[in-house]
Design a protein around this ligand. Structure first.
Ligand code: FE2
Length: 285
């Protein structure tokens, strides 16, 4: 297996390096009709997601963006959505600045910086997020730029640098997110698990991580402290595999839960930034 067997790892690594995208322009697919993707459009998105775990797409102006996005996602097998807080119709969350006190507690619904993370890192194994889509209905006046990197490439780069680092990050209890309580009631149970792991369902190398350190507990060892430091340093660096991009109206990202972040933004008060996000238990296929 990839994590333990050196030959398996080398085979995987060489294939990954040979195919990994480094140019964003080559990762954008124009979709003519979101309700019926052509074979070429579909194949291109699938092959991008196989090589780099993400694809960008553009669609034309729609009367109902939510319907269009749900249709695209469905055509890639993304149907089992995470019914978490604030999800509206058909599994999509409307990410916009919120004055709603409940929602405003969550950074995605503010105009603040959002650090590196995979989606649903606090979910249980049974509710693992394997893919998400992020679509721009309206960008902010300024800011709100996204950055992302394929977690498999992060694993590869770390392992090439020092195999002990990834070994520490695969410890089954390396990262714990304590339970979330509201008025004494448990809204989300404690989540303990590895940072890098082979997902039981898809059998592919996956990741759960957040760079925030508040309310996150790491296993108390010098080795793990160092490993997390290395990981954060790599994420904060800029490699050929980091992508920085401002999504514009009509543009979306489809991915197998890649690591991503967002910088702070300023809204046009009359037409605030609005993104549609779907989180799925399925992988793109
Ligand atoms: Fe996210």
């Amino acid at each position: 297996m990839l994590l333990d067997n050196l030959d398996d790892y080398k085979f995987w690594r060489d294939g990954k390096l040979a195919n990994a995208p480094t140019q964003l322009d080559a990762c954008i697919v124009e979709i003519e009709d979101p309700f019926k993707l052509s074979t070429a459009e579909k194949d291109k998105i699938l092959s991008l997601c196989q090589q780099g775990n993400f694809a960008l797409f553009n669609i034309k102006e729609q009367s109902n963006y939510a319907d269009a996005i749900v249709s695209i996602n469905t055509q890639f097998g993304l149907v089992d959505f995470d019914q978490h807080l604030f999800v509206k119709n058909q599994g999509l969350a409307y990410i916009t600045q919120s004055n709603n006190k409940d929602q405003g507690e969550f950074i995605p619904y503010t105009d603040k910086d959002l650090g590196w993370h995979t989606d649903g890192y606090y979910n249980s194994i049974h509710q693992r997020i394997r893919a998400f889509s992020l679509f721009c209905v309206r960008p902010a006046l300024t800011g709100g730029i996204n950055e992302w990197i394929d977690p498999q490439m992060v694993y590869l780069l770390l392992r090439e640098d020092n195999p002990d680092v990834v070994k520490a990050l695969t410890h089954p209890e390396v990262m714990t997110i304590p339970e979330h309580k509201v008025d004494g009631k448990v809204r989300r149970a404690t989540s303990t698990g590895p940072i890098f792991f082979i997902d039981e369902v898809s059998n592919v190398l996956s990741m759960r991580y957040t760079q925030r350190k508040k309310h996150i507990e790491f296993l108390d060892s010098e080795e793990i402290k160092q490993a997390v430091k290395h990981l954060d340093e790599l994420l904060n660096a800029s490699t050929d595999y980091h992508f920085v991009h401002l999504l514009r109206t009509g543009q979306g990202l489809l991915c197998n839960n890649i690591l991503h972040k967002r910088n702070s933004f300023t809204d046009n008060k009359d037409s605030p930034r609005l993104f549609l996000r779907g989180r799925y238990f399925n992988r793109i296929n």
